[in-house]
Design a binder for this molecule. Structure first.
Ligand code: DGT
Ligand code: CA
Ligand code: CA
Ligand code: ZN
Length: 582
């Protein structure tokens, strides 16, 4: 594991501390460096061991910052950061995680009210002390209280982008153990829900205790919370993981039960009761001959070894875990009307990506090669345009965009892959786009995304997004709500209204596959698909490894009942070209 994220977080903190004290320019310099270090594929400690020049070669990293990197790797501390921390001794990361609280607010709240952490913030906000401050008002205080509530709930859940890789690593390890016959992740992660309370893992074995022991021996386990003869709970990578071990004959029934969701299981169980069957984690039992049906394992067992047998016993087709949210999947399975869901292998390209022309890490040529390596048939380069929400000179001007189109078209002639030249334009508060019509019409593909004013009320947000969709040049509405999971809620538009507008204007609605966004999400995708809108699943990749995030988008679209044909980037390149031309 490289230490890039750790070093980047320190520079972020440093930038915030400076900004809180009204230092100009410098904060953005440090933020840019933090991002560049974070995104860089080489471990920062390896670069540091090569010497100062190797660190300084990173984008946005100059003399002062590279010295601090070396200082930190060598001594474990950055003196200037320690000085700033002493001037402003606050839990910066914690406080700024509250929507509506930026570094400057943190500075003011510390100096005026002595707020150092979330508990302090909660106290002064509920006591009405914030609205009394100069430049703050009742509305600001309300926003902070709302942000606190959201942050409190969010802190209890982990991103799928953290839990899924942990589960994958654990499953690989468990499946290698001699005494373990099969292993699966269950719970919300198997359903690909965007956040999870914990990781639930199920294994089958005839040696229950041996399997529990293998589990607690997993190298990423930091702490064993409890361990019994057929179950255990541990903390691994800072995340709670629950294990259940069952005998092989019960694997299917236990998997069905522990996959959930709870609402799905309740409907499943009620359907069983209608048929005089009893369902539990040990199987399905025929209780038609038994008068007192309360006995735990009474009745003849009719299913349980496989999950398919469980559904079959209730005259149902096997239901993909992503659909198990009680939104009509049981009726659809009974009627043979489950959708033929999109699969990871259906995806042919990625239509929202960034190069080093804005805040991505690779040049146009490198980026095209990376997409080819990833076996994409096509790629859209859609760097940020300047405009509302873009800070620190990240976005491209009209003139730069015009230059970039030429470079992309030139670069694209060499490779085997179709390259669309695009832009990610910013949607302003009124729904207008931050790029001139002339330039937009020169580009192959226009993504319109909200990056600012993300706390407007639902009616205004709907109007704003419908306006952006109605723009004649818009092809894709990018991360439609701008939400950041566990960090900020984003816009809350009328999903039916934006879906209808998208269908009318031949604009695709994005499922942004970045695991911090997953925007749109399952329920929203279902609304969009039902309204006849087209979906685009894009990674918004800024560096090569982020191409891998496509799978989170695909499974999110599956949660929205999307078929391959509903998704623009499963279509052949010519059909995509035709869609964005009209
Ligand atoms: P999470 O962890 O909050 O993201 O959500 P889940 O769905 O993973 O829930 P969790 O970990 O509490 O339980 C895992 C699964 O076990 C759940 O999806 C369904 C099943 N389950 C747990 N408790 C009950 C229950 O009381 N009744 C039924 N029918 N199923 C349950
Ligand atoms: Ca769970
Ligand atoms: Ca659990
Ligand atoms: Zn964006």
């Amino acid at each position: 594991m490289s230490r890039n994220a750790e070093v980047a977080a320190l520079f972020e903190e440093y930038a915030d501390l400076l900004e809180a004290q009204d230092v100009e320019y410098k904060p953005n310099t440090y933020r840019r460096a933090a991002e560049s270090i974070h995104e860089h594929p080489t471990a920062i400690e390896d670069l540091a061991s090569e010497g100062k020049n190797a660190v300084e070669a990173l984008d946005g990293v100059g003399d002062a910052i590279s010295s601090k990197v070396l200082e930190y790797i060598e001594t474990g501390e950055i003196e200037e950061l320690e000085e700033e921390r002493a001037k402003l001794p606050v839990a910066m990361d914690e406080l700024t995680s509250v929507e509506g609280v930026g570094p400057k607010t943190v500075g003011t709240l510390y100096h005026e009210l002595g707020v150092e952490n979330l508990a302090d913030l909660e106290k002064v906000a509920s006591a009405g002390e914030i609205q009394e401050l100069d430049g703050f008002g009742v509305k600001t205080e309300e926003n902070i209280l709302g942000g606190l509530e959201f942050a409190r709930k969010a802190r209890e859940r982990e991103l799928l982008g953290e839990t899924r890789p942990l589960a994958d690593g654990l499953l690989d390890y468990l499946r290698d153990q001699e005494e373990i016959e099969s292993a699966e992740v269950a719970g919300s992660i198997r359903r690909w829900r965007e956040t999870s309370g914990d990781v639930d893992v199920l294994v089958s074995s005839v040696d229950l205790e041996g399997a529990v022991e293998s589990f607690t021996d997993f190298e990423r386990v930091e702490r064993v919370i409890e361990s019994g003869e057929n179950k255990a709970s541990v903390v691994a990578d800072g995340i709670r993981v629950d294990l259940r071990v069952v005998v092989p004959e019960e694997f299917g029934s236990a998997l069905q039960y522990f996959t959930g969701s709870k609402a799905h299981n309740i409907r499943f169980r009620n359907r069983a009761l209608d048929r005089d069957l009893k369902v539990n984690e040990y199987g399905i039992f025929d209780v038609s001959d038994i008068e007192d049906s309360s006995g735990q394992r009474a009745g003849e067992r009719v299913a349980g070894e496989t999950e398919e047998s469980m559904y079959e016993a209730l005259d149902l087709a096997w239901i993909p875990p992503e659909l198990r949210e009680d939104t009509g999947e049981i009726d659809a399975a009974a009627d043979g009307e489950l959708p033929d869901l999109i699969e990871e292998g259906d995806v042919r390209g990625d239509l929202h990506t960034h190069t080093d022309w804005s805040d991505g890490s690779e040049s146009i040529l490198e980026w095209i090669a990376s997409a080819e390596e990833f076996d994409h048939e096509y790629l859209c380069i859609s760097d940020h345009a300047t405009g509302p929400g873009m800070v620190g000179g990240v976005g491209l001007s009209d003139e730069e965009l015009t230059q970039q189109v030429d470079e992309i078209r030139e670069a694209a002639t060499d490779g085997d892959i179709e390259v669309f030249s695009g832009v990610e334009a910013n949607i302003d508060a009124a729904g207008g786009l931050s790029v001139s019509e002339d330039v937009l019409s020169e580009l192959d593909l226009v993504i319109a995304s909200p990056h600012s004013a993300l706390d407007m009320d639902p009616e205004d947000a709907t109007e704003r997004l419908v306006e952006a969709i109605s723009h004649p040049e818009t092809d894709i509405l990018g991360h439609p709500t701008g939400r950041l999971l566990t960090r900020r809620p984003g816009l809350d538009p009328d999903l039916g209204a934006i879906s209808e507008a998208a269908a009318d204007h031949d604009v695709a609605l994005e499922v942004n596959a970045n695991p911090s966004r997953l925007d749109l999400w399952g329920r929203a995708v279902k609304v969009a698909v039902e309204a006849g809108a087209t979906i685009a699943i894009n990674t918004d990749a800024h560096s090569k490894n982020e191409f891998e995030n496509m799978r989170y988008g695909v499974h999110t679209a599956r949660r929205g009942w999307a078929r391959g044909e509903n998704v623009l980037n499963t279509w052949p390149a010519e059909e995509v070209a035709a869609f964005i031309e009209r």
